[in-house]
Design a protein around this ligand. Structure first.
Ligand SMILES: CC(=O)CC(=O)SCCNC(=O)CCNC(=O)[C@H](O)C(C)(C)COP(=O)(O)OP(=O)(O)OC[C@H]1O[C@@H](n2cnc3c(N)ncnc32)[C@H](O)[C@@H]1OP(=O)(O)O
Ligand SMILES: NC(=O)C1=CN([C@@H]2O[C@H](COP(=O)(O)OP(=O)(O)OC[C@H]3O[C@@H](n4cnc5c(N)ncnc54)[C@H](OP(=O)(O)O)[C@@H]3O)[C@@H](O)[C@H]2O)C=CC1
Length: 282
């Protein structure tokens, strides 16, 4: 099955990046959000990223405008009525995702694939909110999407081979590398990454070292491009907390308990870079 028309749901840091790389690869993209200002912010970031490519001589002004011309605004899920795939990148909350998928099931054409960019939530459970579980799949991009090469592709219990192959082919078309993963909490990426970040937060919470020192140890000692606390701010502390909660609940193992300091920051509205304050100020 050939994918030409894409709808991306959520114009935040991930949805914006996904829309950008899809449009750059020649797909027609509808970028959907519930709020007009979120769309405006998202398309603004895309435009800025593309302008940087023009400044660096990687694309011409005309090519930039062609890419932007392939992205259209959507504030209504009904716009999914003629797309081949929907890639959902709304907030990391099961109830929100189930509601979106149940609605999409009634709107998107019969052949359309319904993919989620969830970082950790079970694809099988999201799929169960629809009458087409064989067409539901995880397509997990990494942040920042235009830079990172990996797409974790998660098979739900009922995902068909045909749908897997179509999403794999699309990933290659985006010049990214797919890795096949089964449907367990956190998949691979966040099952490994997020407990490290949570442990770094515990290290801060217990006064073992300052935030700068913790980040410095991991940058200089392990060659990580960002320290874990800086990376947590970059991902979004709300997203980090939701992922830890999914691991904790999904495995029932206390080793995944979210650090109280992480919860405190999220409750304070300190969500990291996107809100201007997390472990650091922006
Ligand atoms: C939570 C989940 O479910 C899964 C996840 O995504 S976990 C998060 C995974 N991501 C990571 O671990 C990222 C770790 N950090 C990094 O790799 C790097 O710090 C980084 C790529 C973000 C920035 O790299 P850097 O060398 O420190 O900075 P910088 O020189 O400014 O950027 C390098 C390139 O990336 C580009 N870039 C950086 N941030 C960008 C962004 N937000 N959007 C688009 N492009 C970006 C820059 O334009 C630059 O491109 P060129 O060199 O081609 O001009
Ligand atoms: N941050 C990361 O590093 C990564 C995140 N992910 C996953 O991607 C998804 C999005 O994360 P991220 O982009 O960081 O989050 P953001 O908070 O940056 O963006 C989420 C966007 O979705 C919008 N939104 C919320 N509910 C709906 C809805 N019902 N319909 C349409 N749009 C909606 C929000 O609008 P508003 O602001 O108006 O509420 C916001 O614009 C999550 O599932 C997350 O786990 C995956 C990989 C990496």
């Amino acid at each position: 099955m050939e994918i030409k028309k894409v709808m991306v749901i959520g114009a935040g840091q991930m949805g914006g990046g996904i829309a950008q790389v899809c449009a750059q690869a020649g797909f027609e993209v509808k970028l959907n959000d519930i709020k007009e200002e979120s769309y405006t912010k998202g398309i603004g970031v895309i435009s800025k990223n593309l302008s940087r490519n023009v400044e660096k001589g990687r694309m011409t002004e005309d090519e930039k405008n062609e890419v932007l011309g392939r992205i259209t605004k959507s504030l209504d899920l009904q716009d999914a009525a003629d797309v081949d795939i929907v890639i959902e990148a709304a907030v990391e909350n099961m109830e929100v995702k189930k509601s979106i998928f149940a609605q999409l099931d009634g709107i998107a054409p019969e052949h359309a694939i319904l993919a989620s960019n969830t970082s950790s939530l079970p694809i099988t459970e999201i799929a169960a909110a629809t009458n087409r579980p064989e067409k539901v799949i995880g397509m997990h991009y990494m942040n920042p999407v235009p830079v990172m090469k990996l797409v974790e592709i998660i098979r739900g219990l009922a995902t068909s081979d045909e749908v897997y192959e179509a999403v794999e082919a699309m990933t290659y078309k985006l010049s990214k590398t797919p890795v096949e993963v089964n449907d367990y909490p956190g998949f691979v990426a966040n099952r490994v990454l997020m407990p490290m970040i949570n442990e770094a937060i515990y290290t801060l919470y217990e006064g073992v070292a300052t935030k700068e020192s913790i980040d410095e140890v991991m940058k200089l000692g392990m060659n990580h491009p960002m320290g874990p606390l800086q990376l947590a701010d970059f991902i979004g502390l709300d997203t980090c907390l939701y992922i830890m909660e999914t691991l904790h609940e999904g495995f029932g193992d206390s080793k995944y308990r979210p650090c109280p300091l992480l919860r405190k920051y999220v409750n304070a509205g300190w969500l990291g870079k996107k809100s201007g304050r997390g472990f650091y100020e922006y």
